[in-house]
Write a protein that binds this ligand. Structure first.
Ligand SMILES: C=CC1=C(C)c2cc3[nH]c(cc4nc(cc5[nH]c(cc1n2)c(C)c5CCC(=O)O)C(CCC(=O)O)=C4C)c(C)c3C=C
Ligand SMILES: [Fe+2]
Ligand SMILES: [Fe+2]
Length: 362
């Protein structure tokens, strides 16, 4: 008798260094920034940029930044991702769940092997990036297909698509954020997303004529910008703003964490912070809805550095709204998102001798 297909879930996040020290950060950055989807320039250009300009200087600086947010359980990104995995195991006791990272450990290969060892031939993979970017989602999916294709008996994959406007995701963001806004009483709310080179946004536009071609190109999603990271971010921010009942004028959408001299998508978080303070905003709350887990980019870049910059420009206080992490509403929302994508063994009617309405042979 054919065994019941066993479903496994693989949660995938970006990855993080093993320790907040220059050698470990260098190893992490080398793997991350050697990815042609991240530094999408010629192989020679990437090698030169990495080895002449980034790896000699950035690891020490980034390691110092990591040290300011490193906890007793290590990197916040890994810590929160592990806790989410544990909580999801409790919420979905009928499936096996593993965590994997695109770069570093636990690797995609390790996660897939662990699921296979437990008999999971069908795997639902969840890239934990709400908005699509070729350098985050695309890279994870490409590496997943490669790793899944290595063994003799390949698993059968279903990949959860970007969930940037999924009502359960938006609702979770709102439920985590609302008590913070209630307590902090900001006079302005910022939605700060990870940035992306403009070139990468344009490459996701199959027409080559829509993305970043005119102001407002990201205000709605159609066939040409359906994979546009910036349009996904605008959709997340708009849905969250509406769900929280905020006025458009009391909010700002912006993009943080740029690297190098190539043009990155605008407006920039560090510029907007100062402009808001100069316009008289005193209390600023910041959501980071591109990240489901708190990490260096939220805790250090916004929680520490942006807060200092805002106050130096005349602001009174900046409050970082925590990421979804392992909050119970997010765990429930993620379970919903996964169940909606999971292949149901009997989702499609199968015609067999016993189930077919008409006899096979008249
Ligand atoms: C939200 C999804 C992410 C996209 C898209 C993304 C693109 C992207 N990132 C870099 C460069 C760096 N990012 C770094 C950290 C980092 N990036 C993301 C997510 C996305 N990146 C996360 C979750 C983190 C935090 C990891 C952690 O350990 O906490 C870093 C490393 C830190 C540093 O040295 O500043 C770099 C570098 C590029 C170039 C890029 C797209 C082209
Ligand atoms: Fe990044
Ligand atoms: Fe766009």
């Amino acid at each position: 008798m054919r065994p019941e297909p066993k479903l496994g879930v693989l949660l995938i996040n970006l990855g993080t260094p093993d320790a907040p020290r220059a050698p470990e950060v260098r190893r992490y950055l080398r793997e991350f920034l050697s990815d042609p989807r991240v530094l999408d320039i010629s192989a020679v250009g990437r090698w030169l940029l990495l080895h002449l300009f980034i790896l000699p200087f950035r690891p020490a600086r980034s390691a110092a930044a990591y040290r300011t947010v490193w906890g007793p359980d290590g990197s916040p990104l890994l810590h929160h991702s592990r806790r989410l995995t544990e909580a999801l195991r409790v919420a979905m006791p009928d499936v096996d769940i593993e965590l994997a990272m695109r770069y570093g450990e636990p690797s995609l290969r390790r996660g897939l092997d662990a699921l296979r060892a437990r008999g999971c031939d069908r795997i639902v993979a969840v890239p934990l990036y709400p908005q699509y970017a070729a350098s985050s989602t695309g890279s994870s999916v490409e590496a997943l297909y490669r790793a899944a294709g290595e063994p003799w008996n390949t698993p059968f994959l279903t990949i959860v698509p970007p969930f940037y406007d999924h009502p359960a995701f938006i609702d979770a963001l709102a439920r985590v954020g609302a008590p913070v806004l209630e307590d902090f009483r900001p006079d302005h709310v910022m939605f700060s997303f990870h940035g992306l080179p403009e070139r990468q946004v344009k490459k996701s536009d199959p027409s080559g004529a829509h993305c970043l071609a005119r102001p407002g190109c990201c205000d709605s999603i159609g066939v040409n910008n359906r994979n546009c990271y910036r349009a996904h971010c605008v959709a997340t921010a708009g849905a969250l703003r509406d769900r929280l009942g905020l006025r458009r004028e009391a909010t700002t959408i912006c993009f943080q964490s740029r690297l190098g001299r190539t043009p990155w998508i605008q407006p920039f978080t560090d510029v907007e912070l100062v402009a808001l303070a100069h316009r008289g905003v005193r209390r600023l709350a910041v959501f980071c809805p591109a990240f489901v887990a708190d990490c260096l980019e939220t805790l250090e870049e916004i929680g520490i550095r942006a807060a200092e910059a805002f106050k130096a420009a005349g602001g009174e206080d900046l409050r970082l709204v925590p990421c979804l992490n392992d909050h119970p509403v997010w765990v429930a929302a993620l379970a919903t998102i996964i169940r909606e994508s999971a292949p149901h063994p009997r989702a499609l009617p199968v015609l067999t001798d016993s189930s077919s309405a008409a006899p096979l042979s008249a």
